[in-house]
Design a protein around this ligand. Sequence first.
Ligand SMILES: Cc1cc2nc3c(=O)[nH]c(=O)nc-3n(C[C@H](O)[C@H](O)[C@H](O)COP(=O)(O)OP(=O)(O)OC[C@H]3O[C@@H](n4cnc5c(N)ncnc54)[C@H](O)[C@@H]3O)c2cc1C
Length: 413
Amino acid sequence: MRDVIVIGAGLSGLMSALVLAEAGYRPLVLARGYGRTHWLGGTIDVLPQADLRQGLIRVIEEQAQHPYARIGLSDMEAALKRFRSLMVAARYPYVGGLERNVWLPTALGALRPTALLPATMAAGDMRLGGELLIAGFHELRDFFPRLIAANLQAQGVDARGLYLTLPHGRRRREYTPRTFAELFEQRDFREDVGRQLGYARGMATRIGLPAVLGLEAPLQVVQDLQQLSGAQVFEIPTLPPSIPGMRLVSIFERAITAAGGRMQIGSAVVRAEHGGDRLDALYSEAAAREQRHEARGFVLATGGIAGGGIQTDYQGGVWDTALGLRLQSPAGRAEWFQSGFLQELGHPIFEAGITTNARFQPINCMGEVIFANVVVAGSALAGRDGQQQRNSSGLALCSGWYAAHGLSGMLAA
Ligand SMILES: Cc1cc2nc3c(=O)[nH]c(=O)nc-3n(C[C@H](O)[C@H](O)[C@H](O)COP(=O)(O)OP(=O)(O)OC[C@H]3O[C@@H](n4cnc5c(N)ncnc54)[C@H](O)[C@@H]3O)c2cc1C
């Protein structure tokens, strides 16, 4: 029997598994697939307010049920400190913190706030000023340097865009962000691109490139390009698949495995077995039959509606896909069809989540704990506000850390 099973391999599941592995619990991570890490830009977004600390204090004071209010500022700091030290050890350091947000350009030239960002994106901080050059490749679809520059200009940023020429001998039939990440790991490719940037940069002091600057040693790639071009270089997140997200996952996977945990991707949990208020075992889909997994404790980190952790039916039923917990419908079913998927106040269906107590144990509508040996983390949690849907990578990390510490304490007691 395993000590602990973590269901889900998004940021919340990975952070939980790391904490539990480091506490000596040998977690098994069971996940249907990778999480939204592969969609996201690799930044850690906490809340959109410019004065992040004030925004957090307000959420904590005014929304007692909000996961941030339950975690509290000092545990949020502790969770992000562990995240930062993990990234430093992997030579992929992050900068920033919970004081204030930094505004970074997106792949459409919009500006968006984030709390923590990889050092490879740091020179994209819009407060730095100076002329910007945005450069890309025709072969990398969905990254349009001139469109990004035009949209930045419309917001008062001095920017221009251009396409670079793919060095000879690098032509392939198919180009993905991953193809480019592999190319940037080759020194001669970087040298060619760096020289092109040096000729093209003119008065620009900073150069934005798509976030494909290598999988294993991106900071080295940025430093080489800076030396060759004479300007500061930064990455701009692309559309999925996200190379910064893949870097995060492989850093977490290595650390979890090194600390005694195990990852099993491709294993959807389809049902659970329980006796009274304790969960005993889970069943995951396997090739010929279901696989049974027993453990003493469980983390449910299945990502909510967009992560595949919550399912609905045409009668308005809402339930979690792993344990089968019935959830309250967040709004009348008619509102689920509201237009505007990512509008400012969020879509009502994203409010669907598992109600928990302050330790993140799932509770029923009477406030009673359903399973005493289960904790919930990340977007599977109820109680987030709609505006936060695009700012929950911070919530995923902090709640994963907090829920896992809570479970670890319960198992040790
Ligand atoms: C379109 C979109 C854009 C977003 N943009 C941003 C952004 O810019 N910044 C930001 O901070 N946040 C953003 N978010 C939110 C952010 O992606 C998530 O809140 C956060 O990353 C969720 O992490 P998680 O670990 O909770 O879940 P996920 O990353 O969704 O992971 C869920 C995991 O659970 C697994 N799983 C689900 N059900 C089962 C099951 N039954 N059995 C086994 N495994 C299962 C999945 O396979 C996956 O591994 C965005 C969300 C969306 C939908």
